[in-house]
Design a binder for this molecule. Structure first.
Ligand code: PEP
Ligand code: MG
Length: 751
């Protein structure tokens, strides 16, 4: 073959511009056939039942696509799939694995090279080339094919499967994402149209400018009506701070400059969609080039709005839910406006390709109690109207589930409901082990809407108030008075009970829409306390609002996120003193709150010994601690299977932290997801953790566990777990123990 690097670049470049995964596969087989000068190049795709199906070919009859199938292990292709190893044969017919499929219209072939296509450790398919004559392919040719196969494995294998003929759809399958909101939802998928992409609209001469203008104006009116309806619909279910997102959209769409730019384009002879595209591009770019970060973020909103107006211009019908049928809303980026377009009672679940656990969508889903999974790899896996289960506990979606799986999940929903009713009785009883160890149970929250569930499920206080949430759901930084109102309501709702308010923790996966921080490595960048100390006006405003809100209530505790240095604590304490002094001078009497830090950056482990005199408590942030100890991005679905707070490294670190904090007389809580995981709680109980903070939803279950498991037995479990080198083994061991204790109902389903 000719220069293989050049050939490779050509194939990859051509494949990159193909519009769908299957077309990309077509481009690749054609490119390989040409580059390697062979008679045939074909791609086989593996499905969940271990069948390999021909999905793209150049050289065989096209009618064979979707029809030629063989089991993993069968024939040469199946052998490559089984061994996951390339095969290079000069004379294929002499190989004992050789199989011939007459329906392919191929002659008996001889020269053969094949390579496995692997994605995230999973075999996706096999790429092969064939020659009628005997031919010994060179090493360079073989590695060319292996490299192309590796490229095929990277982009969107789920999309390829969903599109491929006779493969994938309507078969039971599982899609993995990131937990967005807890709970289990069962319903039929409703896939939001991805068709309205304004950026691809061309310019076209309009026949009649007046008609185009009228068309545009009525599309704007219709879009505004959508937003107004959405705002009202959501406002009935969530607090004002969440529903406020809609006003941002309305303001942008009504701005005179924007409307005039579109109208000018129409007056110049362009048709309405073309004029709209040009104006959206112009304004989005204008915003995106601005110095001010808040204004830069508005570019995204303009593009989003443009698509919505375009949808009306093209009269693309918004999807409608069948009456009363529970729906699982699926979209590339399910926006707050999308959620609001459906009756809340009908929304059984939400699935979004984009968005993290703290995106607007997840925040709203939590507030509304709708199970949600974010960050799934591809929209192509989803078919409209397909039965689906959204498991918001584990971040999984089951599509076309078998009767057995459906029954199991239905049972789980019922079991959850019954368990809650049953556990109601424990509400006012203490979380105390049968052998007398008391653990305080607190709620994690961040929205006013979350207050009542925490209290009604027996929370003894708030262990983590994520103050970034009121910041996230707005269109600009809230003022001191606005923050005061929110914090006061929280502290009052929990009067007499401690409330640990965390200072603004943005950066990393928590991005404020009006203050985007563009960094190459945001998890290691300008986050949490680093950000607020560098923007001390924001921090001072927040601390003043918290202190003022606590006046007369004395239940405020302040907690600092992402601490990695002692001087961060020192600088904060100086700022706190100054805030207290200011308020005293203003005549506001407030008590000095207890101060704590989140232990979530590995560096904080070493700092505990230096902090004894400076702070009062610590709270272990097991989510970030796991992320940093394991070097696994908590929001990246590609590595989500590696993220586990029972990993021995995390378990040993938490054990060490609890012991070290005890030595340094710091009271210790844990507020990450680990505190809601029954297996982990047994081990934390064994370590002697004093308090746990979790979502209100998990609280009754964890209380039941604590009231059932004697501390002495928990300690034994811990001793055993500390000897194990794999999180799976740890989970197995503690799960078996929980079942023996009669607590099997606390364990997640294993369909
Ligand atoms: C954590 O990191 O464990 C934690 C509780 O904080 P957040 O999830 O808000 O980062
Ligand atoms: Mg954290």
């Amino acid at each position: 073959m000719k220069n293989s690097l050049q050939q490779l670049r050509k194939v990859v470049q051509e494949a990159a511009v193909a519009s769908t995964p299957l077309k990309r596969a077509g481009v690749i087989v054609a490119g390989v056939k040409e580059a390697m000068e062979v008679a045939v190049c074909s791609l086989y795709l593996r499905d969940e039942d271990d069948w390999l199906t021909l999905v793209a070919t150049e050289g065989l009859k096209q009618e064979a696509v979707g029809k030629v199938r063989l089991k993993v292990g069968d024939g040469l292709v199946g052998t490559i799939a089984k061994t996951r190893h390339p095969l290079n044969l000069e004379s294929a017919s002499s190989d004992p694995h050789y199989l011939y499929f007459p329906e392919t219209g191929e002659e008996l072939f001889e020269g053969f090279v094949g390579a496995p296509v692997v994605h995230l450790g999973e075999l996706v398919g096999v790429l092969v080339v064939e020659e009628c004559e005997r031919r010994k392919f060179t090493e360079e040719e073989e590695s060319f094919l292996v490299t192309v196969a590796a490229h095929l494995g990277t982009p969107d294998p789920a999309g390829l499967r969903a599109e491929a003929p006779t493969v994938g759809t309507s078969k039971p399958r599982r899609v993995v994402g990131i937990r967005g909101a807890s709970g289990i939802g069962i319903g039929n998928t409703l896939v939001l149209a991805a068709g309205a992409d304004l950026s691809e609209v061309p310019d076209e001469d309009a026949e009649d400018a007046a008609v185009e203008l009228a068309h545009f104006r009525s599309a704007v009116t219709a879009t505004l009506a959508d937003f107004a309806r959405g705002g009202e619909q959501v406002a009935a279910h969530v607090p004002k701070d969440v529903a406020g997102v809609f006003t941002v959209y309305e303001m942008l769409l009504q701005s005179r400059e924007f409307v005039e730019a579109v109208e000018k384009g129409i007056a110049a002879g362009n048709w309405a969609p073309g004029a709209l595209r040009a104006a959206v591009e112009q304004f989005a770019r204008l915003f995106e080039a601005m110095e001010d970060e808040y204004l830069r973020g508005r570019g995204e909103d303009i593009r989003h709005l443009g698509n919505r107006v375009y949808q009306h211009l093209r009269e693309i019908e918004a999807p409608v839910a069948k009456d009363g049928e529970p729906i699982i809303l699926v979209g590339h980026l399910v926006s707050v406006a999308d959620i609001a377009a459906f009756p809340i009672a009908q929304l059984a679940g939400i699935v979004s390709v984009e968005g993290s656990a703290l995106s607007h969508t997840a925040v709203l889903a939590n507030a509304l109690g709708i199970p949600a999974v974010m960050g799934v790899e591809s929209i192509h896996e989803f078919e409209d109207g397909e039965a689906a289960i959204v498991d918001g506990y584990s971040g999984r979606i089951m599509l076309s589930p078998t009767k057995g799986v459906l029954k199991e999940y239905r049972g789980l929903v019922d079991r959850d409901r019954q368990l809650f009713e049953e556990l109601e009785k424990l509400r006012d009883l203490p979380a105390e082990t049968p052998d007398g160890t008391r653990v305080c149970l607190y709620a994690n929250t961040g929205l006013l809407a979350d207050m009542t569930p925490g209290l009604s499920r027996g929370a003894e206080g708030i262990g983590l108030y994520r103050s970034e949430i009121p910041f996230l759901v707005r269109d600009s930084f809230p003022s001191e008075d606005e923050q005061f109102e929110v914090y006061r309501a929280v502290l009052q709702a929990y009067e007499g009970k401690p409330v640990s308010m965390r200072t603004l923790d943005i950066g990393g996966d928590k991005v404020l829409p009006y203050y985007p921080i563009a960094e190459d490595n945001p998890a290691l960048g300008w986050r949490g306390i680093r950000f607020t100390l560098d923007n001390s006006t924001i921090l001072m405003t927040q601390v003043r609002a918290m202190l003022r809100a606590s006046s007369g209530l004395k239940n405020l505790r302040i907690m600092l996120p992402m601490v990695s240095r002692v001087d961060e604590v020192d600088r904060f304490l100086t700022l706190l003193d100054s805030a207290l002094e200011q308020l005293r001078e203003e005549g506001v009497t407030v008590a000095r709150p207890k101060i704590g830090i989140m232990v979530e950056v590995p560096a904080a482990l070493t700092l505990l010994r230096f902090l004894e005199k400076k702070i009062d408590f610590i709270s272990i942030g097991s989510n970030d601690l796991s992320q940093y100890l394991l070097a696994v991005d908590r929001t990246n679905p590609r590595v989500s299977r590696l993220f586990d707070h029972l990993h021995p490294a995390v378990l040993h670190a938490v054990h060490w932290i609890v012991a070290q904090a005890r030595r340094n007389h710091l009271s210790t809580s844990l507020c990450g997801e680990m505190g809601a995981d029954p297996c982990a709680v047994v081990l934390l109980l064994g370590m002697g953790i004093e308090s746990l903070s979790m979502s209100a939803f998990s609280l009754p279950k964890i209380k039941w566990l604590i009231r059932t498991v004697p501390r002495a037995l928990a300690f034994e479990q811990l001793e055993l777990a500390l000897q194990l080198d794999h999180e799976k083994a740890i989970r197995q061991q503690v799960s078996a123990f929980l079942r023996k204790q009669g607590l099997g109902d606390l364990l997640p389903p294993s369909p």
